[in-house]
Design a protein around this ligand. Sequence first.
Ligand code: ADP
Ligand code: ZN
Length: 724
Amino acid sequence: MIAEVIVDIAAGETDRIYDYLCGGDTVPGSRVRAPFGGKVVPGFVMRVKETTDVPPDRLKRVFPCPDELPALNRECLFLAEKLTARYRVPKALVLRLFLPSEMRTGKVRELMKNYVSLCVPPEEMKLAKSAKNQLGAAAYLAEHGETESGFLNGLFPGSVRALTEKGYAKTVKKQRLRDPYGGLEGSGALHELTPDQRAAVETIGRDERTVQLLHGVTGSGKTEVYLTLIADCLRRGKSAIFLVPEISLTPQMLSQLRARFGRNAAIMHSGLSAGERFDEWWRLRTGEAKIAIGARSAVFAPLENLGVVIVDEEHDSSYSSETAPRYNTFDVAYLRAKYNGCKLVLGSATPSVDTYKRAMDGEFGLIRLDKRINRRPLPEIEIADMRREVRRGNNTSFSEPLRAELEKCLASGNQAILFLNRRGYSQTVICKECGYVAKCEACDVSLTYHRDEDCLKCHYCGARYKVPRACPECGGTKLSYAGTGTQRIEAELKKLYPGARVLRMDNDTTSGKEGHYKILKAFAEKKADILVGTQMIAKGHDFPSVTLVGILDADMSLHFSDYRSGERTFQLITQVAGRSGRAEEKGKVVLQTFSPENDVLRYAVAYDYEGFYRNEISLRAAAMFPPFSKIVRVLVTGEDEKKTVEALRSVYVSLERLYTENAEKFLFFNRMHAPIKRIQNKFRYQVLMRLSDTSVLPRVYDICAEARTRDALVSVEENPANLS
Ligand code: ADP
Ligand code: ZN
């Protein structure tokens, strides 16, 4: 027999299929080891056939790998074909997405695992205050009992060894995980579904359209709908994929799923140890586990017979991959739903404008949950006008209304979250007296201040502007370039409220995933009164005692230089506000801004998604921004400037030809430095296009695939989430 084999080496020039001699029992999807260029390299069998054109004396034989099952099932092979065709990336790269890296590197599957448990109660341990990981691990074990060591080490690095060496904990090897939560309890819902939830579940089942958008306000019980859909799948003998943004930030969701589905749920989670990750993958591949839960990479879960694919918080930007091969999670999820003839359910309180338009156009089904469970009111959002604060001489980061609310909140023993929006490194110029923001004359998006060149730039057309010394609107000189950092907020808070306990969560305080977990846990246990943080804290956490949320600088995202800044701001405000008043007590939100009359803010304050959407879609139509066009960025990066420029030149020449031949399909075409010229020692150049007609897109992918060299990476991004 002859096998068509993809050799698993990333170099572009080997991206083709080779014929090899193979054993009669070889099946598509199996891994093999193939002699290639004087070496033996790993490979995948794509097809098996009877004959080949390769002359017999040149035909080599592959060696099978001793896997119990072919690594890739039929659906994976189908998806791989589709994705390579769509994104024009080497097949080997796409195939890798389907496998845990442990498999590729040839590590043997761990059959035995270590479990750790306490020998001494935490109170009796003599641990230094600074031994945070050991303290954290001890507390975790006291609460949860015996835990797989790899998992615990993922949360608290180094803790297992440290605790066992001191004799505070012991580890035992075991063949299998005990089932900590007792399986699929009754497989029903923990809550009786409300009539609205029930109707949502039924509509999703009944409607013929593949994609269903579940638009439900925060706290409307979307999760319960998802869990019911999943339970229904299991009952019908099918499997399910449940995607959440940044799973490491949502331990609550994990334990909920484990509690409901026990060993039926496999978690694809970067916090797991390598062995655990492999085991979870394997459980899915063999069908022992039927539910894959995880961040975007879980869309590649090796499941068969899918009954539903769920994408929670579908608007979240973490669903588009920013590393090669760049893929859009929605595209993959859609292909899988189509392949299996099942539903793709997208859920959000603030759907992306693109998704919502497709629902409005009738392409997707649309289901609304517009009431919170138990009719709890959404928290009131009060706008604090920061221009007035500045005029009154208040130079702190806290407006009068926010301070008044903070004091009330602290006095009543509740908790507050202060949210600071610092995204990326780019900053805009704002007049603190009138709220003026510098915008590009051609594109009508906010300009970004570039410190290195001391100028303002438009990220969409590359135009440069001089930095104004005074405000062109009011002549004021209080121009602000930089937002305030979380550290400064923390310091200001400590000065204002010396008695308050403040926790800070940002990239500096959260090294690794476990950092998040620890801070959130401490806050949930009321070990602090105020949590200060960046967008990390906006996501799905449930803190019942939080009754106040302060959004310190709504402007930072409102005037971020992105055509989606309005959309992002609306989403952020809604998500962050959703953190307040989740339990019995009423919540409150104070939103500080220099542009209180801004439309997006007004709609957000009124929780008026529809109004926001109508306004936004008409702006997009007028400016011909997506979804009325497609922004395409071709990014050329490389370590050697000369070779990178060479690659850029070759892509540019071909793209320019495409442009001149199809000028009517382009709204914009230009080459420029990427706004940030070097990241991690790589030179970056880009060709930016805005297409009114996407029929040229496959050509763009072709051109870029051809221009890829050993020294320069050429990638294509569609509507990139970030233009830096
Ligand atoms: P969302 O995901 O829409 O923001 P959640 O799924 O987190 O909302 O639900 C909000 C709260 O309501 C949760 O505490 C959840 O346990 C509770 N809840 C959900 N469905 C029901 C129900 N049918 N009956 C009672 N409580 C429910
Ligand atoms: Zn511009």
